[in-house]
Design a protein around this ligand. Structure first.
Ligand code: GLN
Length: 306
C-alpha cells in the first residue's frame, strides 16, 4: 500500500497547531531572537527523487548545530580514525555548552556534536585545510549540490559578540592541549559555520549523502566510506539532540541533528531525509514543534528504524 505523504504532512500541521507559541527563541544569540517565532515548515525528500513539503519549507534560517554534521564529515574524510583520538563518541547527558563535563573529562569532549566537540573538530579542519573557511563552505556546497550557500553575517557577528560561554569552552580546551590553533581562529570559523543559512528543502538535499551510504546522490562520488557513513548516522542517533537524544530516539526513532535556529534534520538510510523548522525551542535547545512533527511523521508513516 502506498503512503500518502502529502496528506501526512498536512495532518501534522493541523495536529501540531496546539503547540503554536509554545517555547522560546534562542535569545542568548540576540540576532536569532529577531526571527518571527511562529513559522513552521517541513520538507520530505525521498531517495527516489520525489519530494513533499508544507509551510515555510523554503524560508532560510540559521542552521546552527546542524552544521556540526558537515564539519565532522569533512574531518572524518580527511583524518579517518584519528578524529577519535581527540573527541569521544558517547552521549553527553549534559547541555550542549556545558563546561563542567569538559573539566571533569580533561578536555576530551564527549562527542563531536556538543559545542566542545565541534570546536575540536573545527581546530582539526584549520590544521588540515589550506583555506579552512572557503574549503568548508565548498564542501557544504558540494553536498548541497549548489553554489549559493551563505553565512548570515549578522548572526555570525551576534554570536561573536555574545559567545562568552563558547569562548570559555574553547579556552578550557586550549588549556588541556586539545586546541592546536589560535582560540580566536577556532571560534571565528565555528561561529561562521553555525551562522550558515539554509532552508528545509536545501537541508534535506544536503543530507541525502548520509542516507545514501556516503555516495553523493546522482554521482558515483564516494564522499564517506560506508562504514564512516554508518558511524556518522550512529552518532546522530545517539548524540544529535544533546541531552534529549534519548527522547528523540524514543519518540522519533531516526538519526537526526538539531540546531538552536529551530531546524531538525532526520533521515532513514535508503528511504528519505526530512527537515522540519520551527524556531521556538524547549529548554534543551530543540524545536518543540519540530520534535512533535517528526514523532507524528514516523508514527503515521510507520517509517522508523525501530
Ligand atoms: N552557535 C550555537 C552555540 O554555539 C549552536 C548551538 C546549537 O545549535 N545547539 O551556542
Amino acid at each position: 500500500m502506498s503512503i500518502n505523504y502529502q496528506q501526512i504532512l498536512n495532518e501534522i500541521v493541523e495536529e501540531t497547531q496546539y503547540l503554536t507559541g509554545k517555547g522560546k527563541v534562542a535569545d542568548y544569540i540576540p540576532e536569532l531572537a529577531k526571527v518571527s517565532p511562529n513559522q513552521f515548515g517541513i520538507f520530505l525528500q525521498m531517495m527516489d527523487g520525489s519530494s513533499y513539503h508544507v509551510g515555510a519549507a523554503h524560508t532560510q534560517f540559521a542552521i546552527q548545530s546542524i552544521s556540526k554534521v558537515f564539519s565532522l564529515s569533512l574531518a572524518v574524510s580527511l583524518l579517518g580514525e584519528k578524529v577519535w583520538e581527540r573527541v569521544d563518541v558517547e552521549p553527553s547527558g549534559t547541555a550542549f555548552n556545558s563546561l563542567l563535563q569538559l573539566e571533569y573529562e580533561k578536555g576530551i569532549p564527549r562527542n563531536p556534536f556538543i559545542n566542545a566537540g565541534a570546536l575540536v573538530v573545527i581546530d582539526m579542519l584549520i590544521s588540515e585545510l589550506k583555506k579552512p573557511k572557503e574549503d568548508l563552505m565548498d564542501y557544504i556546497r558540494m553536498l548541497a549540490g549548489k553554489n549559493e550557500v551563505h553565512i548570515n553575517k549578522k548572526v555570525a557577528h551576534s554570536e561573536k559578540q555574545h559567545g562568552f560561554r563558547n569562548a570559555a569552552v574553547a579556552n578550557l580546551l586550549k588549556d588541556f592541549g586539545n586546541i592546536h590553533n589560535k582560540v580566536e581562529d577556532v571560534l571565528d570559523l565555528y561561529f561562521d559555520m553555525c551562522s550558515i543559512e539554509m532552508n528545509c528543502a536545501e537541508l534535506s538535499q544536503t543530507f541525502k549523502m548520509f542516507a545514501n551510504h556516503g555516495v553523493l546522490p546522482g554521482t558515483e562520488k564516494q564522499i564517506l566510506t560506508r562504514s564512516q557513513t554508518k558511524r556518522q548516522n550512529a552518532l546522530m542517533q545517539s548524540c544529535g539532540f544533546y541531552d534529549e537524544s534519548g527522547e528523540f530516539t524514543f519518540t522519533v526513532g531516526l538519526p537526526g541533528k538539531s540546531g538552536v535556529g529551530g531546524g531538525i534534520v532526520a533521515l532513514f538510510p535508503e528511504q528519505f531525509t526530512i527537515t522540519v523548522w520551527s524556531p521556538l525551542l524547549n529548554e534543551k535547545g530543540n524545536s518543540i514543534k519540530g520534535m512533535k512533527a517528526l514523532e507524528l511523521f514516523t508514527t503515521k508513516s510507520e517509517l522508523s528504524l525501530f
